[in-house]
Design a protein around this ligand. Structure first.
Ligand SMILES: *[C@@H]1O[C@H](CO)[C@@H](O)[C@H](O)[C@H]1NC(C)=O
Length: 296
């Protein structure tokens, strides 16, 4: 009896350990993106991926939200959806959309029959400025296509790494101006480089050693661990073959563009498996509904 009690306490401690460590060390609740509360007028923003600074002037200050409000209390269920080809024919759309809060990465398509497998609900969507360059001509020309494309994300927050590299800043501002000028329901916010730096330090201290930078997917997993009691992970699978059928899987569920070596995806994935085995989150690789709690 006593043994059972200590085991239970131990398990509860493990489950909440990552959250409390992330809250104390990174504090995404207050710092995930740049706000007037965490980045007052006149302060200096230090970029996280290169040596560069920018002072918060009136113009920038007036374009950032007052504060962060994900929710009034810790959410019960969150889904973080990566874009891996593992989601093809998974029928996981319904399971993903049943989460209270859904985080997606890098402006993924949700229409054209993908919805059944990846869902549609979106509360946060990240946008890599490279897509804005390649797909939307850096928003220097006609901009309606961008606004139309992102309308599938409803009234979500678009997370832009405005202060990671120099080239990201202007592109992120253009995205924000475009969304506002066209009265999009999607709201652009800028990831806080201080938060990103603290994530980097934290995950290194946990012995995850990304070669360059943790991926935006892993950043979003970290945020979800702070704001949610239950975190379900879909679409993360960095290998070329399916774990069940052994059929080849494409790199993304919507194309087969090869991954760059910029991130250490297999190392991050191995870490997700470790967290899965510790019961901290659940990695889904199978078809839905089905093996809700098992990895393979
Ligand atoms: C997905 O399902 C479609 C339609 O049944 C099929 O044509 C396609 O080969 C499947 N793709 C994979 C990767 O299983």
């Amino acid at each position: 009896m006593l043994w059972n009690k200590s085991l239970l306490l131990y398990l509860l401690l493990c489950l909440s350990l990552h959250r409390s460590l992330l809250i104390t060390n990174c504090n995404g609740f207050q710092k995930a993106f740049v706000t007037q509360a965490n980045t007052p007028l006149g302060t200096t923003i230090r970029y996280d991926a290169e040596k560069r600074e920018r002072v918060v002037n009136e113009d920038l200050f007036s374009n950032i939200p007052k504060d962060i409000h994900f929710s009034n209390k810790i959410l019960d269920t969150c889904a973080v959806v990566g874009n891996g080809g593992i989601l093809v024919n998974s029928s996981c759309g319904e399971a993903i959309d049943s989460a209270q809060f859904v985080i997606r990465c890098n402006l993924p398509p949700l229409d054209k029959g993908f919805g059944k497998h990846v869902g549609r609900k979106t509360n946060i969507v990240t946008a890599n400025p490279t897509i804005i360059v390649k797909k939307y001509g850096s928003l220097q020309h006609r901009r309606r296509q961008f606004v139309d494309d992102v309308s599938i994300y409803g009234d979500s927050l678009m997370f832009l790494p405005a202060f990671s590299f120099a080239f990201c800043t202007g592109l992120s501002m253009s995205a924000l101006y475009t969304l506002e000028d066209f009265r999009s329901s999607v709201k652009a916010v800028f990831l806080n480089p201080e938060y990103l730096k603290s994530l980097d330090v934290f995950w290194r201290s946990q012995k995850l050693n990304p070669r360059v930078r943790i991926s935006s997917g892993f950043m979003m997993v970290s945020l979800a661990l702070e704001i949610c009691n239950n975190v379900d992970i879909y679409g993360f699978w960095p290998f070329a073959y399916h774990p069940h059928s052994f059929q080849p899987v494409t790199n993304h569920y919507y194309d087969d563009q090869k991954a760059s070596s910029f991130h250490a995806m297999p190392a991050e994935f191995a870490y997700l498996i470790k967290l899965h085995n510790e019961g901290v989150l659940r990695v889904h690789l199978g078809e839905c509904p089905g093996d809700k709690f098992s990895l393979f």
